[in-house]
Structures are given as C-alpha cells and as structure tokens.
Design a protein around this ligand. Structure first.
Ligand SMILES: [Fe+2]
Ligand SMILES: [Fe+2]
Length: 202
C-alpha cells in the first residue's frame, strides 16, 4: 500500500501524533514492544468477539476470520522481537486511550448504532496505530526496526479501511460517514487531552 501522502490526510485523523513521540519511543523501545504486543492481542480477541456477537452477518464473519489470524501473527512477531532482546512479555498496562474510546461507544441504543460503534472503534484504533507505526518507521534510526514498523503500518492501514467498508456493507454510507466524523472529532479531543497530561498512547 502506498502511504507516501500524508497519513493524516489518508486516514482522516484530525491531529497528528506529537513529533516528540518518536524520540520518546526510541528511548523506550522495550516498553513500546510490550504495549504493542498487547495491542495486537486485543485486536485479535476483539475481532473474535465481534464474530461471536454478529455471527448472523456472513460477510463480516468471512472478512474478520482471516484478520484474527493476521493480528495473532502480529502478536507473535512482536513476541519474537521481545525474545530476541531477552525481554519477557510483562504485565498488560492500563490502556487509557482504548478505555476512553470504549467509553464513547454507543452501548444501549439501537442495535445498528451499537454495531456501527463497535466497528468504528476498531477503525479508529487501527487508523491511529497505523499513523504511529508510520512515525516509528520514519523516525527510528535502526533500519531493521524501521522496516519492522513499516510492515505493521501497511497492515493496519488495510484493517482501518476494512472496518469502515464492513460498516458500509450493512448500514447506509451517509450514516457511517457522519458517525465516523464524530469519532474523529472525539479522538482529536482525546489526543489533545492525553498530550497535555503527558500520557503514553500504545
Ligand atoms: Fe495488527
Ligand atoms: Fe489491525
């Protein structure tokens, strides 16, 4: 996938990641790898949950089944990098970013709205991960790690698109686009808030 254009434009993200983040990431690559491992694990388990909850939606089941394998493969790749460095997979850290997104999710309304928000939450996380991986890929001095993150960046960009497309398969495009815009605005505010607090995201 060609991501030569500004990722911010491609993904529609309203606020780019603080450029200082790559330097921070370089200092604590170990912590980044541990957090990253859990992100991949969560992506796989969330896809499984969506399949279980919406088993009646054939196209969705068919589309998400291979994503589970792919995300689990990502988890194993990150695990390998940890092992290579003699590091252990530590405890899962509280993920403020994902928790804040989950709080914004429509949970008790119309089933269509609940369904839409479950897919858009995934799209949001994939889009932001993609942007972060792009920054890591471009910002890290180690050519091996740079290539490592580029691979993830391409994969997560494809996932972001898939979740939006799946939403549009089952719901009117205008509804999906309008809600996605709301999510983007919300995420922008969240990113700003976390930046001010100095929180780490993934
Ligand atoms: Fe992934
Ligand atoms: Fe993904």
């Amino acid at each position: 996938m060609d991501l030569s254009q500004d990722t911010k434009n491609i993904l529609g993200l309203k606020l780019p990641t603080d450029p200082r983040w790559v330097n921070l990431a370089e200092i604590s690559l170990e912590a980044i790898l541990t957090d990253h491992a859990y992100c991949e694990q969560k992506a796989a388990t969330t896809c499984i949950s969506i399949i279980q909850r919406y088993s009646d939606k054939d196209k969705l089941v068919k589309a998400l089944a291979p994503i589970v394998t792919e995300e689990w493969g990502h988890f194993r790749l990150v695990l390998q990098e940890l092992e290579k460095r003699g590091l252990k997979l530590g405890r899962q850290r509280k993920d403020e970013y994902v928790n804040a997104l989950l709080q914004f999710q429509e949970k008790g309304g119309h089933p269509d709205d609940v369904f839409l928000d479950r897919l858009l939450t995934m799209a949001m996380i994939e889009a932001r991960s993609c942007e972060r991986f792009k920054r890591l890929s471009e910002g890290l001095n180690d050519p091996y790690m740079s290539k490592f993150y580029r691979r993830f960046m391409e994969s997560e960009a494809g996932h972001y698109t898939l979740f939006i497309e799946l939403a549009e398969t089952y719901l009117p495009k205008e509804k999906v686009r309008a809600r996605w815009e709301t999510w983007l605005q919300h995420e922008k505010a969240l990113m700003k808030e976390m930046e001010v607090r100095g929180d780490r995201i993934h």
